[in-house]
Design a protein around this ligand. Sequence first.
Ligand code: HAM
Length: 420
Amino acid sequence: MIKIPRGTQDILPEDSAKWRYIENKLDGLMELYNYKEIHTPIFESTELFARGVGNSTDVVQKEMYTFKDKGERSLTLRPEGTASVVRSYIEHKMQGNPNQPVKLYYNGPMFRYERKQKGRYRQFNQFGVEAIGAENPSMDAEVLAMVMHIYESFGLKHLKLVINSIGDSESRKEYNDALVKHFEPVIDTFCSDCQSRLHTNPMRILDCKVDKDKEAVKNAPRITDYLNDESKTYYEEVKKHLDVLNISYVEDPNLVRGLDYYTHTAFELMMDNPNYDGAITTLCGGGRYNGLLQLLGGPEETGIGFALSIERLLLALEEESISLDVEEELDLFIVTMGQEADNYAVKLLNKLRKNNIKADKDYLNRKIKGQMKQADRLNANYTIVIGDQELENNAINVKDMVTGESEKIQLDQLVNYFIK
Ligand code: HAM
């Protein structure tokens, strides 16, 4: 038997209803914040992620699904959405759009070759937003407020927003020099990836999954001590907005994020449920990326965004025992007795459905009792039983499945009855 690839999952109909509920809710929230949906391809040139996400990140070094197409082009299944959205922004010259900033959102599958765990998949669905064209602390605050609004609107309570500032490129340079000085004497005890990161991208050492518990990582210099005045002021302004909005947060000077493009504000939303025993607690992550557009050959615009996976949102809902209101129901189930009645039901169903009435019938020649059970299983609000007599008399009993009461009406008026 051929099995599903490792790290992927089928979303079966009962779960699809939950997905649709979540996606509809997210779409509604995006309207409130005035973000417009964008779709980009599922594969892109490998170079986009190598340059955008960063050659020395784990995502690019170890986790990408990269392949050559028949024209020998190197393509990669997107591991994240930001680089693609920024590429599209540049390609479509969205900086010329009079509506600035350009506020976009996306929702679709991403691919990372990661070790499978509860909440960590090789194909997962990211919902994300990118606001490009405004370097303003209030923009950062809006994005953070959205993150909280999204999770709180599902009724989640055990949440912890963790923030940090990674500063601008000048602060980063100072900080990187300090990291090199700090790690150089002990780098021999680190994994080979970290050894090569020391001079190319020392910040990535802080993010290494292998060496994360080493003493030198724990007492490494902190970016917050290297922020220049401009970066400090920007960070302070963002926090002031959060205070005004009553958004609680904790600061973590070690939060550097796993992708290279971040500058200034960086954040993650964590599950904060003391009873949770899974390893994966990050629900959502994001931050500002002021250099990314230029790095990808674009204009001097800046952006900020975040992404969350629907899989982890569902995990959090499960942890807090929150069930979504996704019960599906039918308006009408038609029970038939005999071939003639069944033929009539085929025509009737066609009419009902074309009038937006959700209806179904039996297809397995079940006995009446079995058909009634099927109506129950399908959560039908009403049933009718059609037999020779009903056809002959043009009369039918419409049974309300909740109250158990019946109403007699003319069979040829059934569609109108349901329309009303
Ligand atoms: P990221 O932190 O790599 O950031 O991923 C964002 C979110 O995607 C995570 O917090 C998690 O919910 C989900 N996620 C990541 N990997 C997996 C996985 N293997 N299985 C399930 N869920 C996963 C980004 O991707 C950035 N593009 C976010 C961003 C947007 N920054 C600025 N704009």
